[in-house]
Design a binder for this molecule. Sequence first.
Ligand code: F6P
Length: 321
Amino acid sequence: MYTLTKLLEGKHEVYAIFHGWRGILDKEVRRVRSKDLIDTAFTGGTFIRTSRTNPPFKDETRAETFAKNLRELGLDVIVAIGGDDTLSAAAQTQARGGLANVVGIPKTIDNDVYGTDYTIGFDTAVNEAIRVTESFKTTLVSHERVGVVEVMGREAGWIALFTGLATMADFVLIPEKPVNWDIVANRVKEVYKDRRWALIVVSEGIKEYGGPKDEFGHSRLGGVGNELAQYIEKVTGIETRAVIPGHIIRGGAPPTVFDRVLAVRFATEAFNAIESGDFGKMVAYRGGGDIVRVPITEVLGKNRLVSGYWMKLYETYWGGT
Ligand code: F6P
């Protein structure tokens, strides 16, 4: 947001919409200048705060308030920075003829936005997950235990997969590849015989426990790591502990160089899209590292899940057991 504001402010007035889409419904919109943003530019979280408010176009009253407020606010372009929920709402806003012009920037630790290979925040979150996992490993080795690390990511196993690859975990469980837990327990037994410790990484999204859903229809996830640890301990008879870093990986550490440069590159491309009037697009990272623009409607209602090359890599280490 800092970089984009810096690029835009010479020619345009920049306003921050606080609390995501809720800021339109509440008209919580304030002028910002890059000098106000510099102090939080290289930290996690978001200076303009966030919410899980969905401007559901299904709810006519809310849709009317949303449209009316947008007209009254007189915003020429909305730059939507967020994950699939934020960007899907942006795509619907663009599609609703003339409500607003939008440009999307993918940003979520989950790395599950359709149309881009990387999202801002993923790299930093995975680095934090690796740090926690390595730190846990100290106890696993010295106390000769089995450890289960549960990481976030919702329906997508990217954080678990990358954490597992980067620490060479003995097993990784991801939502895209359901596996019988006995297979995991057998792998643990096998590894433990030789080495007397073992490490498992599990994605929170392999199991839903129900409970209330947010406005985008997502249940709160988390907790499967404990259940898996208890199962492994019961089946193998080996002491097994779980660690659930949860939100810890979303904050704390300063962004990695990859995320910083990605944010600058996305901001630059979003600026170029705005200047050339190329609206209804999301900036994206593709293949060898090119930054491109894709129609934001591509993102609508879709998730990018572990598949193709990445699934093959997964299977090389944790498939076929
Ligand atoms: O979408 C990002 C994410 O961190 C998911 O990985 C996780 O399931 C969810 O948000 C947690 O959200 P909340 O803090 O609202 O429960």
